[in-house]
Design a protein around this ligand. Structure first.
Ligand SMILES: *Cc1c(COP(=O)(O)O)cnc(C)c1O
Length: 410
């Protein structure tokens, strides 16, 4: 047998990291870990190490890794057809639209490939809808520390100034007010506001649930001024918070929502869902996406919806989330020098930190213990396990973060 490397023989990790540092742009700060495969809530790296994955691709892999139903659906769809373009229909996409509308009570869907694209579509739809109605409005109110994506339109909605540095004038017409401050919103509201865009729980901003009554207050302000209430469910949707939509904790009805992250279970897809009243917000030619609604992503998303229902994963997320929350609260109480507490909903939770440590600095300590978590802002360590996580895995994760905090204290 020839001794030369087969094309698919794994590259030595050090060599791969070296190539990464030379050829990938430096916009991320990845840990020096190369993952090769996963199973359920576990990931395995190129050194053969095993990790409990409470990052899950940042709240994306809701069915865990290598879920047999999702793997099969993707393979079968790939063997039929991957892409047909929006010059035509494809059955998976039409059925996905129907099923998503059925599940959420919305009427119409637009599909794209990511969260930021879903919010771009949202922004364009709300403005164009008022334009079509003959009473143009462009003002949009969003929130400090809100996160809506990184393309120029979505970035304008994102409420973190640092993300805008050096990119020129942000999109005109978008204003930010403190999250949870109804009076501040009321002070800005007028009959020229097109929409309020809000997360029911700020994910990237620090795993911060909207205060009680806040979303109801926004709804009332929108109604008073003829504005639209648009809710970014990209992180909170698909059962992550223990309800199918984060909004359901309040009972508030939105005019439009955006979904992405968990929707494809790891296959890129984003969606904008709107009420029938907004159906003419994007007339023919007003917006589009080459890959949007492709059969592969649509088949994956349909499988996610089916498995969430079949395995009762949304209700389970509430139950498991309560267990995770209780465990994290205990851990936080055991490390008062580093932790201030625990917060979140369902399986979207965080331990909050004192000024003694930055969330980002705890991540490598946790990963050395075999636990993958993420930072949500400077002072929240975020836990977003797959919704298929077991109670035993939750208990293990709690033990591992306890150990990591003990090590960080020294
Ligand atoms: C992740 C996220 C986005 C952006 O999604 P991408 O797929 O990264 O573009 C937008 N809004 C919220 C609430 C998110 O959590």
């Amino acid at each position: 047998m020839a001794m030369e490397a087969k094309p698919h023989a794994p590259r030595p990790t050090a060599e791969l990291l070296d190539a990464a540092h030379r050829h990938l742009l430096g916009n991320y700060r990845p840990a020096p870990i190369v993952f090769t495969h996963g199973q359920g809530s576990e990931l395995f790296d190129s050194q053969g190490r095993r990790y409990l994955d409470f990052c899950a691709g940042v709240a994306v892999c809701c069915l865990g890794h290598a879920h047999p139903a999702l793997t099969r659906a993707i393979g079968e769809q790939a063997a039929r057809v991957l892409q047909v373009s929006n010059y035509f229909f494809n059955e998976e996409n039409v059925r996905l639209a129907e099923e998503l509308c059925g599940r959420t009570g919305f009427d119409r869907a637009f599909f794209c490939n990511s969260g930021t694209e879903a919010n771009e579509a949202l922004l364009k739809l709300v403005r164009r809808w008022f334009h079509e109605a003959g009473r143009p409005r462009v003002r949009v109110i969003a929130f400090d520390r809100g996160f809506h994506g990184r393309t120029m339109g979505a970035l304008a909605l994102t409420g973190t100034e640092a993300y805008r540095v050096g990119f020129g004038e942000p999109l005109a017409g978008v204003e930010h007010v403190p999250f949870g401050d109804l009076e501040a919103v009321e002070a800005r509201m007028a009959d020229d506001v097109a929409a309020i865009v809000v997360e029911p729980l700020q994910g990237e901003g620090g795993v911060l649930p909207a205060p009680l009554g806040f979303l109801e207050g926004l709804r009332a302000l929108c109604d008073r001024h003829g504005a639209l209430l648009a809710v970014d469910e990209i992180q909170t949707g698909l059962g992550r918070t223990g309800k199918f939509l984060g909004l359901e904790h309040s009972g508030v009805q939105a005019d439009a929502i955006t979904l992405a992250k968990g929707l494809g279970g790891g296959v890129p897809i984003g969606a904008l869902l709107v009420r029938e009243a907004l159906a003419n917000g994007l007339p023919p030619g007003a917006h589009g996406s080459t890959f949007g609604g492709n059969p592969l992503a649509s088949a994956a998303a349909r499988t996610v919806l089916r498995v969430l229902a079949e395995e009762g994963l949304v209700e389970a997320a509430a139950r498991k989330g309560a267990r995770l929350g209780a465990g994290l609260a205990e851990v936080a109480a055991r490390h008062p020098a580093l932790c201030t507490g625990e917060r979140g909903q369902g399986l979207l939770r965080a331990i909050t930190l004192t000024d003694a440590i930055q969330a980002r600095d705890l991540l490598p300590v946790a990963s050395e213990e075999g636990l993958l978590v993420t930072a949500a802002g400077p002072s929240a360590v975020r836990f977003t396990p797959p919704l298929v996580v077991t109670e035993g895995e939750i208990d293990t994760a709690v033990e591992l973060i306890d150990r990591a905090l003990t090590r960080a204290e020294r």
